[in-house]
Design a protein around this ligand. Structure first.
Ligand code: GDG
Length: 735
């Protein structure tokens, strides 16, 4: 039976070994809490790090761990201390975490930790592949594992892979600062469905993919490798009933059953008729805005003295990543702020802040949620923030006010809360006043809508919508039918080549034999390339055709003295070795006068674009233009040209970041087929990267070995990554 494999950095249980016996406790944190109900209810296997470094394991511990994890349907990925430092405390938490939360000043760009991050991601990928059966679905979670989707897809192209990011995806301007931006994006794009909490994160991701990798996106589908990748927002919900029912149970508790926390809370609430409790719960993290919150609370106490003695802020800060320097600094800052505020305002019978630096059992969490009149949640940036949702779920009598930062993903779904800017002390203080004096009826009205939404769109719904998208993704997007030229296919190609009696090779130039250059003239063939082509040419019974969209003059300069067959301007010109250039089609340039000014005006108004004048065609190149602007202008230009070329026997060719206008009927396919007329080739190879090469792939005989270079849609039979791989194949043909 097929299963879902869930993968996250940490498992949903934390393990500790004491005196040869193992203790497991549930993990705290948004991801673990959210996915737990999915894991428990379905047929699934959860892979992640056990929490114990391999150095701490004694002989036999691995078996103990394995057996314990088996009970929880989990499998451990073993990590040693060096890996934990580099991968988790290093690249994950000192590079990605701060950068994705817009804390650029905390972001470290450290090559060595990235290398370990890569190795550990590979370890996760290997473990997944080891546990994978046909028909299984893979669901990878969060920023620690950005490279894993691609690592799996490369080995198992047929597996359906989902990826969900629990933290924000930053804007392109922030993301582009990462030295490893291309690799990380490619890593995520190994997935078939990519999910974010909000539409903002989704559009930032789409923008980064288009601008950094140059891949096209149609609405929320990215075209990559001839396959579609669905990108969507799936705001994560909570296990509403669990929190609601726990709160109900809590309200029916007898005094004797009360916890110590509840006892202390009640003491405060009973001390004054108007006593109120404000709650703050987070991991101790600089993204959560804890310092700002404290300062805003101090500002509130200064400006609203009538609340002295009556109001208390209960602040639970759960220890987190204390190995990372910024977290240590933050801990000191919070300690000092709490000390200062309590020092300033405390009286014998009243301390304004109750501060807990630890985690609490679930029951105490419920005590806090149910006893607090206000929840004050003010992150500077937060992917979602489940605490905001949990607080509302526990308000069984529908009272209570949520003050929520607009920077939390949750704010998008909770407009009935008092939404604040976490950097605006005054606004936070005024909202506290508004919350504490809000009429009960208004609280009930707001919370009724909130609860309805949270109950309906709970974590099960979230997971099932994501899963549905994953199961149906190939009804929405295209599954790649093009195969990579893997070792078997390559061996077959070489074998056919060696055994053939008459061979012909059609090789495109830019993007196939030579990498793209910012200035097209700079893509001149290197002596090494020329030598390699000569070796091919010198093989017996082998015809070598270089086929390009470039103009005749440039190719004549580069290859005029080489003995290869040259076809330029998409098939307008032909030069056989030792012969003169010959025009393959009757062409004219009379139409330039009406079209060239239009292209020039687009080049003027679109920074980075240029017009290329060929002998019988005109091209507008926009490779160096911002991709979004470039695509928009290209669309406009095409529409304008379509009106101008009507009745002119011209056609518009859309290449890779180029729009070309030329006499219709001239294309690489037609001219390549002409080369076959008088010979009987039993081996034909055609390689190209561009849309214009598709004419060759389509029109050459069925037995042609067609290879697309790069990750685009194609009718070719195989694809390879890039020019380096092209060189590799050519080398092997001459060996
Ligand atoms: C990441 C993103 C996103 C907290 N203290 C205790 C405790 N908790 C539980 C809460 C809640 C969870 O931990 C915290 O969830 P958050 O969403 O607030 O935050 P992160 O852990 O930073 O999670 C975040 C989330 O992923 C999900 O996608 O919302 O934006 O940063 O469930 O109840 N639980 C117990 N004791 C505690 O002391 N038992």
């Amino acid at each position: 039976m097929s299963k879902t494999i869930i993968i996250s950095n940490r498992l949903p249980v934390q393990l500790e070994i004491h005196n040869n016996s193992i203790i497991s406790t549930p993990s705290v944190g948004g991801l673990a809490t959210g996915m737990k109900s999915v894991h428990e209810s379905g047929d699934s296997l959860w892979l992640g790090w056990s929490g114990i470094p391999t150095e701490d394991l004694k002989k036999g511990d691995d078996v103990l761990i394995k057996n314990e994890l088996k009970k929880h349907k989990c499998v451990a990925v073993d990590l040693n201390n060096n890996e934990i430092d580099g991968f988790y405390f290093g690249f994950s938490n000192r590079t990605i975490w701060p950068l994705f939360h817009y804390f650029t000043e905390y972001t470290e760009f450290e090559h060595s930790t990235y290398e370990i991050y890569k190795q550990v991601n590979q370890k996760f990928a290997d473990k997944i592949i080891e546990n994978l059966n046909d028909g299984d679905t893979v669901w990878i979670h969060d920023y620690q594992l950005l490279l894993v989707p691609q690592m799996i897809k490369e080995v198992k192209p047929d597996v359906t892979i989902g990826f969900f990011l629990h933290i924000p995806f930053p804007s392109y301007e922030i993301f582009r600062t990462l030295p490893w931006r291309e690799e990380l994006l490619e890593g995520i794009l190994g997935s078939d469905v990519i999910g974010f909490h909000t539409y903002d994160y989704e559009r930032h991701f789409l923008s980064a993919v288009q601008r950094i990798l140059g891949y096209d996106a149609e609405f929320n589908v990215i075209k990559n490798n001839g396959r579609g990748i669905l990108v969507d927002s799936f705001p994560m919900g909570i296990d509403y009933d669990k929190f609601h029912e726990a709160a109900k149970k809590n309200s029916k508790q007898k005094r004797s059953e009360e916890s110590e926390v509840q006892f202390e809370i009640n003491k405060h609430l009973n001390a004054d008729n108007n006593a109120k409790l404000i709650l703050s719960i987070d991991r101790l993290d600089y993204t959560k805005g804890i310092a700002n919150r404290l300062k805003a609370f101090e500002y509130f106490l200064d400006n609203y003295p009538e609340y002295h003695h009556k109001v208390r802020l209960v602040m639970l800060a759960v220890p987190s990543r204390s190995n990372v320097p910024q977290y240590k600094l933050l801990k000191n800052e919070i300690d000092q702020l709490v000390g200062r505020i309590n020092g300033r305002f405390s009286e014998v019978s009243w301390t304004p802040i109750w501060y807990f630096y630890r985690s609490m059992p679930f029951e105490n969490l419920i005590d806090l949620y149910t006893s607090s009149d206000v929840a004050l949640i003010t992150p500077i940036r937060d992917g979602m923030n489940l605490v905001a949702k949990e607080y509302i779920a526990t308000r069984t009598d529908k009272t209570g006010v949520l003050i929520l930062s607009e920077m939390a993903g949750a704010a998008k779904e909770m407009p009935e809360a008092l939404i604040i800017n976490p950097n605006n002390f005054e606004q936070i203080a005024n909202s506290l006043h508004e919350a504490l004096s809000m009429p009960i009826e208004e609280q009930i009205t707001r919370n009724t809508s909130l609860q309805k939404r949270l109950k309906n769109y709970n974590v099960t719904k979230w997971a099932s919508l994501f899963n549905e998208a994953l199961q149906n993704v190939f009804n929405v997007v295209e599954k790649s039918t093009v195969l990579p030229l893997d070792a078997n296919a390559e061996a077959n190609l070489i074998d056919k080549f060696k055994k053939a009696k008459q061979r012909i090779l059609f090789l495109d130039y830019d993007g196939t034999l030579a990498a793209f250059e910012k200035i097209p003239k700079n893509a001149k063939p290197s002596p090494a390339l020329k030598e390699r082509l000569m070796r091919l040419y010198n093989l017996p019974n082998t015809k070598l055709v270089l086929i390009t969209g470039r103009d005749r003059e440039t190719f004549n300069e580069w290859f005029g003295d080489s003995p290869f067959t040259l076809i330029t301007e998409h098939g307008a010109w032909l030069k056989e070795p030792e012969a003169d250039w010959e025009l393959l089609e009757p062409l004219s340039d009379e139409w330039f006068t009406s079209i060239q000014p239009v292209l020039e005006s687009y080049a003027d108004s679109t920074p980075g674009s240029i017009v290329e004048l060929k002998r019988y065609s005109l091209a507008w190149h926009f490779r160096n233009v911002d991709p979004v602007l470039g695509n928009r202008r290209a669309k406009d230009l095409k529409a304008t040209l379509q009106q101008l070329i009507a009745n002119n026997n011209l056609e518009i060719l859309e290449g890779d970041k180029v729009i070309e206008i030329k006499t219709s009927g001239v294309n690489k396919g037609k001219s390549a087929c002409k080369m076959l007329l008088n010979e009987n080739y039993d081996f034909i190879l055609s390689m190209g990267d561009d849309w214009t090469d598709e004419f060759m792939f389509r029109e050459l005989p069925e037995h042609t070995h067609t290879i697309k270079v790069g990750k685009k849609e194609t009718v070719a039979k195989h694809f390879i990554k890039g020019t380096k791989e092209v060189v590799g194949i050519l080398e092997k043909l001459t060996m």
